[in-house]
Ligand binder design. Structure first.
Ligand code: NG6
Ligand code: CA
Length: 520
């Protein structure tokens, strides 16, 4: 599908003009300009307004701010969906998650959601000669079939089947069992004396739960949900037994993920690498390491943002030590908008003060409003990108797969990444042409069409507020909604009845995209 967009070869002018960054003994830089390493830093639930360089006060994020200052800070980028699994699915496959059943927020024992037969972003890098790795939050299922995994043996379907040479990941989220890292298909630090069992249906006899044993919740208590198995003094979603020494301690998750990524960079500093660095921060349970406690003015949620910033700083420091910082393309973004109370009594709401996690946008994670999918996006690559840029170009993460494929001179197999469109020049700050429209998916599958001027939200008769916990506007409305994004970025004034022609145009776009009959 993308064949016309993907004809760049390694010898195209793109590479000819590229300044080589790293010292690589034995290579003649003049003759063989090096391809950049690529690191995709994908934060969890980090809002548009959560970074100092996007206007946050009360949180210092110097490492992320530095990336922005030395590259491009994008102000109109969208995650594909307002929750994790569909955003990640779309990012890694270039296909809208809403085309595929089974791509909603995955349980910790979900089977692998991306089929090994699908072509992924990691496959493209691998085929282009890159060494590839995934670190941190996975949330795209593991093993062949939901609920059938044997966590005490090698898993049969893993990121290794999707183009990642190496992985060190959490199966789902920190608030879902199993609370262990999976490294190259096996539980890391496996403890044979404590075999692991996982169920999302019923508890294991004799195992405590948050609901029945609140006295065991010495680290965090739930505000809603999250009252099943207890690990590290925090109750989770789902039941698990065993794990022993392999169980994570939430306060060490950022350290573990970061250390593994740093080690990988060191081990592969002499070959091109692609890293999907998906942090657990700032998802719940927010339980940062003690050294980050009190570093923000807003308690655990703010401190988790500081911890995220620290991880970014560690990656940068490593690249610099190895002479790789110039010729590494870093893309930093988030999987969906922010959420304040997402199920634990972490005082995120009480200590929020003036901070606005979604910046100027209405709604949060889960919403059809912009706050659900408007995310920070920063790109840094000194060998190619001029520093100090800001871009309000309209962009969607759905396009990053085709764009990065172009960057590395690779070619997509026909039919793969069907919804991904090459916007490499946007990403590199060389073209400011907006995507004509971006499709956004809310947590209850309401689709919206965002153009540079307008936002259309399709009608839905679901509740206007989330009913099961977080105090968040869903954006649901039984009538069509149309907002003027140039004048009303906070989506207050529904103009649908005043502009039926525009509503019709945007509905038509949505209908055609749904039918797979319209590409940008
Ligand atoms: C919700 C969880 C929430 C979070 C979310 C997924 C409850 C009550 N809430 O169901 O805490 O885990 O799923 O977040 O269970 S995401 O960022 O991974 O999509
Ligand atoms: Ca998320």
């Amino acid at each position: 599908m993308k064949s016309t967009l993907l004809t760049l070869s390694l010898f195209s002018p793109l590479f000819g003009s590229m300044a080589a960054g790293a010292e690589n003994p034995g290579n003649d830089k003049q003759q063989a300009p090096e391809r950049p390493n690529v690191i995709l830093i994908y934060a969890d639930d980090l809002g548009y307004g959560d970074l100092a360089c996007y206007g946050a006060r009360g949180i210092r994020t110097p490492h992320v701010d530095r990336l922005a200052a030395e590259g491009i800070r994008f102000t109109n980028t969208h995650a594909v969906a307002a929750t994790s699994t569909p955003s990640r699915y779309s990012l890694l496959t270039g296909e809208y998650a809403w085309r595929r059943p089974g791509t909603d927020v995955a349980a910790g024992n979900a089977g692998m959601i991306i089929s090994p037969y699908q072509y992924t972003l990691a496959d493209a890098f691998q085929h282009a000669g890159y060494t590839t790795a995934a670190f941190g939050k996975w949330h795209l299922g593991l093993g062949e079939k939901s609920g059938t995994q044997d966590w005490n043996a090698p898993l049969c379907a893993t990121p290794a089947d999707l183009g990642f040479d190496h992985h060190y990941i959490m199966a789902a989220t920190a608030d879902r069992v199993p609370c262990v890292f999976i490294e190259d298909g096996c539980v890391a630090n496996y403890d044979a004396s404590a075999p692991i069992e996982v169920s999302y249906r019923k508890n294991f006899p004799g195992e405590p739960t948050g609901r029945d044993n609140p006295e065991l919740l010495y680290n965090l208590k739930p505000s809603h949900g999250h009252d099943q198995s207890i690990v590290n003094g925090i109750s989770r979603i789902g039941y698990m037994k065993g794990g022993g020494r392999a169980l994570w301690k939430d306060e060490n998750i950022a350290d573990s993920i970061t250390a593994h990524a740093v080690d990988f960079i060191r081990a592969h500093s002499h070959e091109p690498f692609f890293i999907y660095f998906a942090t657990n921060d700032v998802h719940v349970p927010r339980f940062p390491h003690p050294r980050f406690r009190g570093q923000s003015s807003m308690g655990l949620r703010g401190d988790a943002i500081v911890q995220f910033d620290w991880s970014v700083g560690q990656i940068m420091q490593t690249l610099e030590e190895l002479g790789l910082a110039d010729n590494t393309l870093i893309i930093l973004s988030s999987d969906n908008g922010p959420v304040v109370d997402d199920g634990y009594l972490d005082q995120a709401e009480e200590l929020l003060g003036e901070h606005r996690p979604a910046g100027p946008f209405r709604g949060n994670k889960y919403s059809a409003y912009e706050g659900g999918t408007a995310v920070p996006a920063i790109v840094r690559w000194p060998a190619r990108i001029r520093s100090g840029q800001e871009s309000d170009v309209l962009m969607s993460q759905i396009d990053w797969m085709a764009s990065l494929v172009t960057l590395i001179g690779a070619r997509l197999p026909q039919g793969s990444a069907p919804d991904s469109h090459d916007c490499l020049k946007n990403l590199l700050g060389e073209d400011q042409t907006d995507r004509p429209w971006v499709i956004e998916q809310s947590s209850n599958h309401v689709l919206s069409v965002r153009t540079p001027e307008w936002k259309y939200i399709e009608p839905n008769d679901g509740s206007p507020m989330i009913t099961w916990g977080p105090k968040i506007e869903t954006g649901n409305n039984p009538v069509p909604q149309l907002y003027d994004m140039k004048k009303d970025i906070n989506e207050q004034d529904n103009l649908a009845t005043q502009h039926p022609d525009i509503v019709f145009q945007l509905e038509t776009i949505l209908r055609k995209v749904r039918a797979g009959k319209l590409n940008p």
